[in-house]
Design a protein around this ligand. Structure first.
Ligand SMILES: [Fe+2]
Length: 211
């Protein structure tokens, strides 16, 4: 293609369709001890457990936020603030507001070898995981977010040409640490890898939906 020699060729690259994951590294750790005790208390009753996407592990069967417990109420108030901050991040000054939504949550307790298969969370718009306890010598146990660009990840191979839009097939990993909070769009598929090591990992997951 010929160009007039003096003319500047203007191009731009537009990063369309970004997926925003909200990460807070300074969650309410002052609640962790109480939340851990609460998890252990609930685990005493077999009727409190269910199975969802978890292979192994303990999954609380009911809505965590329905529990009448001061630390649950405080945790909920803080999580509502985080959800609101996530939503308002994308609004310009003067357009930030208070939204109406409802949180429903559950507790996960995983030990070595337990994992969660690839899934998303239907029936809500935003999902989150807060890490109450993570074993110190934990190896593995990452949460992997799958590249949402569907077939782009594997539809055509180009030996020798690294295409920037072909993501990593296995997804993007996050290594959990106690006190960390991750929030993401509910349609973003994710899975949780098994870990090696002793001890348990306790997390509280929740969804935000219309009230
Ligand atoms: Fe999940």
């Amino acid at each position: 293609m010929s160009q007039p020699s003096q003319a500047a060729v203007k191009v731009g690259l537009l990063p369309l369709f970004s997926t925003w994951v909200y990460r807070c590294e300074s969650g309410p750790i002052h609640l962790n001890e109480g939340l851990e005790h609460l998890a252990h208390e609930l685990m005493q009753n077999d009727g409190n457990a269910t199975k969802r996407t978890n292979f192994g592990g303990w999954h609380y069967a009911f809505d965590f936020f329905e529990l009448k417990h001061p630390q649950v109420a405080e945790f909920q108030a803080i999580m509502v603030q985080h959800v609101q901050a996530y939503l308002n991040h994308f609004r310009s000054e003067g357009h930030k507001k208070k939204d109406l939504f409802r949180l429903r949550g559950w507790i996960n307790v995983n030990r070595a070898g337990d994992f969660n298969v690839l899934h998303c969370h239907p029936g809500c718009f935003l999902s989150a995981t807060y890490y109450v306890k993570v074993p110190e010598a934990m190896k593995g146990g990452e949460i992997y977010f799958r590249d949402p660009r569907g077939p782009a990840v594997a539809m055509y191979e180009t030996p020798g040409i690294e295409l920037p839009w072909v993501g990593s097939g296995i997804g993007i990993p996050f290594s959990p640490t106690a006190g960390h909070l991750l929030m993401f769009p509910s349609w973003l598929e994710h899975r949780v890898e098994p870990f090696e090591g002793t001890g348990e990992r306790i997390s509280i997951a929740f969804n935000a939906s219309n009230p």
